[in-house]
Design a protein around this ligand. Structure first.
Ligand code: SF4
Length: 197
């Protein structure tokens, strides 16, 4: 699947990106994390969540007691969308047409991994899976059984927690984010116990 996606030209984003950045993680993962798109660093390395936001997520996962073998990481869009700003490549939001063009890859990953839950990180991922009217700011932390996707949870993207400038506010949001991760895992584990009982 990864090899097939490396040749994808289903939307125009491949033209200015270095490579397809496909999902990565355990094929037996029960937690399926989905973000918006690869960033500048991921575009160069070819690995999702390899930059600062990904490293921050890794730390938060560890703090929440979630081992990597339970996790699969991907994005709703597999190519880096950017705009030039001086010599920098600045991330640009993907359009719904690009998200829809890339949706078959996301569905294929979901069919292959068959996770117990999808965790949407940030507004773009949440809107792609939970619908365009979903607001992470209002409905963060709620579980929704989405037709075609299954049990889904939405929280902030780790990069947006990292970008908070006030120290107190950042610490508070970090705690909330880690608590969201703990909550996801405890519900998945409780569900598993209930299924066995
Ligand atoms: S963003 Fe997705 S749909 Fe568009 S070219 Fe890349 S892999 Fe294909």
């Amino acid at each position: 699947m990864r090899e097939a996606a490396s040749c994808c030209t289903a939307c125009n984003l491949y033209i200015h990106a270095t490579q397809t950045v496909f999902g990565d993680g355990s094929p037996d993962a029960d937690l399926f994390f989905v973000g918006e798109q690869p960033g500048d660093y991921e575009d160069e390395t070819g690995s999702p969540f390899a930059g600062a936001g990904g490293r921050y997520l890794e730390i938060c996962l560890r703090e929440a007691g979630i081992p990597r073998e339970r996790v699969y990481l991907t994005n709703v869009v597999k190519h880096f969308k950017w705009e030039p700003r001086g010599s920098r490549r600045v991330q640009a939001k993907p359009h719904m047409t690009e998200i829809l063009a890339c949706a078959p890859w996301l569905m294929a990953e979901l069919r292959a991994v068959r996770p117990k839950i999808i965790v949407c990180l940030g507004a773009t991922a949440a809107k792609a899976v939970l619908g365009k009217d979903f607001r992470v700011t209002q409905s963060r932390g709620t579980f929704v059984d989405v037709p075609g996707y299954g049990p889904t949870f939405a929280t902030l993207h780790p990069s947006s927690v990292l970008r908070i400038t006030g120290e107190m506010e950042k610490r508070r949001e970090r705690e909330r984010f880690i608590n969201d991760l703990r909550r996801v895992v405890s519900i998945v584990d409780d569900y598993g116990k209930a299924a066995v009982a």
